[in-house]
Design a protein around this ligand. Structure first.
Ligand code: NAD
Ligand code: MG
Length: 306
């Protein structure tokens, strides 16, 4: 590597890294899992920051509910929040218990509390009960991360059933409305909501009609709610990931034959790892982003997005 005049004389392996090579450029083999997929069965495995994320107390004492926290991006956010000093309630589907137990163990190893709340957020009554259980288990609630989502690729609109269309909306956006509505009365000024949208909100792929539509709705909802809650001191923002290697992709999130090339068409030339998303959620949840509201932070390997 050529010496750069501004380069520190001794570079730190942790503070100076090439983003192209920081994580491997993976070519996942064609594989299949029933929905929802499990991190425990994903080939290759993902980096959720278990061995790398270093906290500096940015969320000390915070009480966070994270949906889809058992695997992928949500798991990376849960680990980061715990390493930053937060107690975390994890929402996930009952069949994902093995992944949830793994993340619980990592959180408890940081000395933080992990409250496990399995259940189906496409059920409106469960959304209310989820918030109640989180408030009771954590002793309060000042951070909400609406991250759960489903993505099933269907090539032809003729094959996209009413059932899939409705369930994708129930899970991806109706649940965000219901969980947020139930959570807000518990949240004191200084609280935050971060919603997971997607690059699909701007650049919809052909086989993701239902999914991409929900992600555009999440962006819009986040910007509207941010304005409504600003005077109460509650900030709402969103994160828009690009192609991130998670179980979502192998449970029909992508056409199977596309898996080996997943993420290679980004400017960085590789798929992202879940842990690369975590700092965005930490930033938007911590008070250091106090003047950032209604924003969507793109974390997508460089694809231009609005
Ligand atoms: P993931 O499969 O690890 O996480 C999705 C989680 O959603 C599951 O773990 C599951 O617990 C939860 N979920 C799904 N349906 C549910 C239901 N009915 N009830 C309760 N929980 C349910 O995959 P991920 O990629 O980490 O996905 C997290 C979020 O990131 C999703 O909103 C997804 O749309 C979004 N996203 C992912 C990518 C990507 O490339 N992986 C890109 C853009 C956006
Ligand atoms: Mg999961």
């Amino acid at each position: 590597m050529a010496e750069h005049p501004d380069q520190p004389q001794q570079t730190d392996q942790l503070t100076f890294q090439n983003p192209v090579t920081r994580y491997p450029s993976i070519s996942p083999p064609v594989q299949d899992q029933p929905e929802p997929g499990l991190d425990a069965r994903l080939i290759p495995g993902t980096d959720r920051g278990q061995d790398s994320y270093r906290g500096t107390g940015r969320l000390k004492g915070r009480q966070a509910l994270i949906t889809g926290a058992d695997s992928g991006i949500g798991a990376a956010v849960a680990i980061a929040f715990a390493r930053e000093g937060a107690d975390v309630a994890l929402s996930y589907l009952p069949v994902e218990e093995v992944d949830a137990q793994e993340i619980k163990r990592v959180i408890e190893d940081c000395g933080q509390r992990a409250v496990l709340i399995p259940g189906d957020i496409s059920d409106p009554e469960f959304c209310v009960s989820l918030v109640e259980q989180a408030v009771e288990g954590l002793g309060g609630l000042d951070a909400l991360v609406n991250n759960a989502g489903r993505q099933i690729a269907i090539e032809d609109i003729a094959d996209l059933t009413n059932e899939q269309w409705t369930n994708t909306f129930e899970t991806n956006i109706h649940a965000i409305f219901r969980i947020s509505k139930a959570a807000i009365p518990h949240m004191p000024p200084g609280s935050t909501i971060v919603n997971t949208t997607s690059i699909q909100a701007y650049k919809p792929s052909e086989p993701l009609l239902d999914y991409a539509s929900t992600k555009a709705a999440i962006n819009n909802f986040s910007k509207g709610l941010a304005q409504q809650l600003a005077p109460r001191g509650i900030r709402v923002n969103a994160v828009a990931p690009g192609p991130i290697w998670t179980p979502l992709q192998v449970s029909d999130g992508q056409p199977k034959e596309k898996l080996p090339e997943f993420g290679k068409n980004t400017p960085l030339g590789r798929a992202g790892q879940p842990t690369e998303l975590a700092p965005a959620y930490v930033f938007l949840t911590s008070p250091e982003s106090s003047y950032v509201l209604g924003e969507t932070l793109n974390v997508n390997g460089g694809t231009p997005s609005p």
